[in-house]
Design a protein around this ligand. Structure first.
Ligand code: DQA
Length: 146
């Protein structure tokens, strides 16, 4: 399978950014670990982090016919972006929404997501391991829909 991992704004700051909320692992460490797991599962992983909404929209558009699944931590765009929602609806590539922190235990504006209702599932509050759980879930979903 081909799986696209997308990380939105400020996730390039992991390790430095609010470690009490997001942990101490850097995004590079998380993606390296995830790539090892992907290799075990025979998954081809592609990763993009961007602080720019349009780059994420373009990456989603380009996933059409190229990617079987998207693992998506949209960062703050979760709570703001109709454009990302529309891109995901346009390509209809199945995706899991990931949040490192428990967005339900924080400010009330983090409780609303423009993406959750169109996601296969949502993983939040389980730290960087959420990416691993999401990858395992994606492979399991892909195996059952074959
Ligand atoms: C986040 C949660 C968002 O509310 C926040 O804006 C982020 C990170 C998370 O991984 O917990 O940037 O998506």
């Amino acid at each position: 399978y081909n799986v696209l991992v997308l990380n939105g704004p400020n996730l390039n700051m992991l390790g430095v950014r609010e470690p009490a909320v997001y942990g101490s692992a850097t995004l590079t460490e998380i993606i390296n670990d995830l790539t090892e797991r992907a290799n075990v599962l025979s998954v081809e992983l592609t990763h993009l982090q961007s602080n720019a909404e349009h780059e994420l929209v373009t990456a989603i558009q380009q996933s059409l016919g190229q990617q079987d699944f998207i693992l998506f931590n949209p960062g703050a765009f979760t709570h703001t972006s109709i454009a990302l929602r529309d891109a995901l609806l346009a390509v209809a590539v199945p995706f899991i929404e990931i949040h490192i922190s428990n967005v339900h235990a924080r400010e009330s504006f983090r409780r609303h997501s423009y993406l959750s209702d169109i996601a296969k599932g949502v993983i939040c509050g389980l730290g960087a391991k959420g990416y691993h759980y999401a990858l395992d879930a994606a492979v399991s979903l892909l195996n059952t829909t074959k």
